[in-house]
Design a protein around this ligand. Structure first.
Ligand code: KIV
Length: 325
């Protein structure tokens, strides 16, 4: 077996490809190029990911940290997730949309789990993802029985941040590595169509990948997985405060955005914005009509903007120079 991303494929424009389904993702085990998944949380993000040709858009509960400013993922609710799933649904055309079930939405009962999964589907998700191994099997079964495809997620599961004692690489000891393999086998047997492997040594990811009949999608799990996922804001450099070891930044959009907004501020302050091309004007006949009716000027004075435009020599709606002068 060779690392799955040894020969990275070029992304194909979405308009050349058919919409991807969960069974089609499942069928990519052992065939085709590695699966590409990125997170997105709104319509522009989904359009960008879709046009880049990704296979799967994950509306991750990482939205809590990268968009909403929380320190962990525990703060978002099913309603929050549905709101973001719906926005992504309005921007996506081809990629499969997976909605993340947030913390406490699948921990109480199977019935509650299925209702919450259905809420994400009604919002626009075509599959859902939940964290955890064998202890989540009844929930996985319930969702699958409701005809909703489920993606598993094991290893570093951010919703367990307090139980794990922080965001730490998992499966470093032999017992823990074996447990991850057993978890993955059980999740696949229960019907998961793919499994995210997060924050595990690459040897463990390889063992898991070779042990299950469904694709593994890695993040911080090395090159042996059947696919890779990164968080939108990390890969585009929109998040620049931390750079985890497993992230590769393909752009510096935060720095570009700061530069762009600073340039706008400079232009406004120096009177360079808006320019002639960025300004609306009245048609000449309207201008003449306004100038000729004797009530010109923003406050009834006859020396205002209309008079100025009509050529009476005075400039400015309030008798002042334009702020851009
Ligand atoms: O919420 C998320 O972004 C995720 C990925 C890290 C897999 O679960």
């Amino acid at each position: 077996m060779t690392p799955r991303q040894a020969t990275p494929p070029r992304a194909q424009p979405s308009r050349q490809a058919k919409p991807l389904t969960a069974p089609a993702v499942r069928a990519r085990k052992g065939s085709g190029p590695p699966l590409v998944m990125v997170t997105a949380y709104d319509a522009p993000g989904a359009r960008i990911a879709d046009e880049a040709g990704v296979d799967i858009i994950l509306v991750g509960d990482s939205v809590a940290m990268v968009v909403l400013g929380y320190d962990d993922t525990l703060q978002v609710t099913v309603d929050d997730m549905a709101h973001h799933v719906a926005a992504v649904g309005r921007g996506q055309q081809r990629a499969l949309i997976v909605g993340d079930l947030p913390w406490m939405s699948y921990h109480v009962s199977v019935e509650e789990t299925v209702r919450n999964a259905a809420a994400l589907v009604r919002a626009g998700a075509q599959a859902v993802k939940l964290e955890g191994g064998r202890k989540r099997l009844p929930m996985v079964r319930g969702i699958v029985d409701a005809e909703i495809p489920v993606m598993g997620h094991i290893g570093l599961t951010p919703q367990s941040v307090h139980a794990m004692g922080g965001f730490k690489v998992q499966g470093r000891q032999a017992d823990a590595a074996r447990a991850l393999v057993d978890d993955a086998i059980a999740l696949a047997a229960e019907g998961c169509f793919a499994i995210v492997l997060e924050g595990v040594p690459d040897e463990v990811a390889r063992l898991v990948t070779e042990s299950v009949p469904v694709p593994t999608i890695g993040i911080g799990a090395g090159p042996w997985c059947d696919g890779q996922v990164l968080v939108f804001h990390d890969l585009l450099g929109l998040e620049d405060r931390v750079l985890p070891k497993f992230v590769r930044r393909y752009a510096s959009l935060k720095a570009d955005a700061v530069d762009a907004i600073a340039a706008f501020a400079d232009d406004v302050r120096a009177g360079r914005f808006p320019g002639e091309d960025e300004t609306y004007h009245l048609a000449d006949d309207v201008l003449r009509a306004l100038a000729g009716n004797g009530t010109i000027g923003a406050h009834g004075a006859d020396d205002g903007a209309i008079g100025a435009l009509a050529g009476n020599g005075t400039i400015g709606a309030h008798g002042a120079e334009p702020r851009t002068a």
